[in-house]
Design a protein around this ligand. Structure first.
Ligand code: SF4
Length: 330
């Protein structure tokens, strides 16, 4: 094990100062991804700044109904919070679909957004990988890519983001707040992850040294009628091979409001704007749901071994939206 400096921060400003401008320093939350990557040598920080003592472990509701979720709220606490369960059930389902109970007790909201891809070449330091070692190549494109991206990828990287939580947050227009030495900032989740392009190693729009302090969820009545459906290769404790977060408001058979996001198909949670536009104001039927999925997936560019994801996501969209529409008639 490579030696590193360990510091424990007690307030946000102190944490930001401890990290400073050191590109080899990392914030440490639950450590459920970072520590694994340190063991394999993918991450080799010179300093860890432990942020688990920071007062960022609360979920608060503001006067207008916005929820402010602190960055160190654990996945377990997020999933069972009454406001989340009742107003954003797809978020509770997404969190509970991720990892194991033990990991959810450790993992934090901020860390979940920053977790790294599980591409096998990325986690194997003996392999080339543009994300880990810029310019070295992407062996996944002509190698093992069964679980890689079908949307928004590039010739430089086809990895997917592994978060379940992020998919539901993307559907509900979450915003990420952060702190730097220059003050407070905020990014819509839609702008938080950078396009892959030719810089897959640059994953987020966070300024250097920024500490994620929380996630805000604006009020979204449609979210009360939402669902997260995850497909994986075994029943539990596995990453998605495809997932859908959906919310639907149907009135007199017509789609009044809809939210749709896909997981495990791109380098970021994929908000399905084209599908939402195709559905809004139209009939809430299985044919319309399938057509909307096709509209979104028209941009898919699958590799030889992951074309199954196009069909998988299409079927998930139809199934989940049909269930929500049927429930709306009860
Ligand atoms: Fe690396 Fe991305 Fe290629 Fe995987 S898909 S080997 S993470 S560059």
């Amino acid at each position: 094990m490579r030696e590193f400096d360990y510091r424990r921060a007690h307030d946000v400003a102190g944490a930001v100062a401890l990290l400073g401008a050191d590109p080899d320093a990392r914030f440490l939350g639950g450590g459920t991804n970072l520590v694994d990557l340190m063991k394999t040598g993918v991450e080799r920080p010179g300093r860890l700044v432990d942020v688990t003592d920071l007062p960022l472990d609360r979920i608060e509701r503001t006067a207008d109904g916005t929820l402010r979720i602190g960055a160190t709220v654990t996945n377990s606490d997020l999933a069972v919070h009454p406001e989340i369960r009742h107003r954003f059930p797809a978020l509770t389902q997404a969190v509970l679909a991720g990892a194991s109970g033990q990991l959810r007790n450790m993992a934090t909201v901020g860390g979940n957004l920053l977790q790294r891809t599980r591409c096998a070449y990325f986690t194997d330091v003996t392999s080339a990988c543009n994300k880990r070692d810029p310019g070295s190549g992407c062996p996944a494109i002509h190698g093992e890519h069964r679980n890689h991206a079908i949307l928004g990828a590039s010739e430089h990287c086809v990895a997917v983001h592994p978060s379940d939580m992020g998919v539901a947050l993307a559907a509900f227009d979450a915003r990420v707040t952060y702190e730097t030495a220059d003050g407070t900032g905020e990014l819509p989740l839609a702008d938080f992850y950078l396009p892959v392009g030719d810089t897959p190693h640059q994953e987020t729009a966070l300024p250097p040294g920024a500490l994620i302090t929380g996630v805000t969820l604006p009020p979204a009545p449609v979210a009360a009628h939402s669902r997260y459906r995850k497909v994986r290769e075994r029943a539990s404790y596995a990453f998605a091979i495809g997932s859908v977060a959906a919310a639907l408001d149907v009135r007199d058979g017509v789609v009044h409001d809809v939210r749709l996001a896909f997981g495990a198909v791109a380098s970021r949670p994929w908000r399905a704007h084209a599908a939402e536009a195709a559905l809004t104001g139209g009939p809430a039927t299985a044919d319309a749901f399938a057509a909307a999925a096709d509209a979104e997936l028209a941009a898919a560019a699958p590799l030889p071994d992951n074309a199954y994801k196009v069909t998988l996501i299409r079927n998930l969209v139809v199934a989940v939206l049909s269930e929500l529409a049927e429930e709306a008639t009860r």
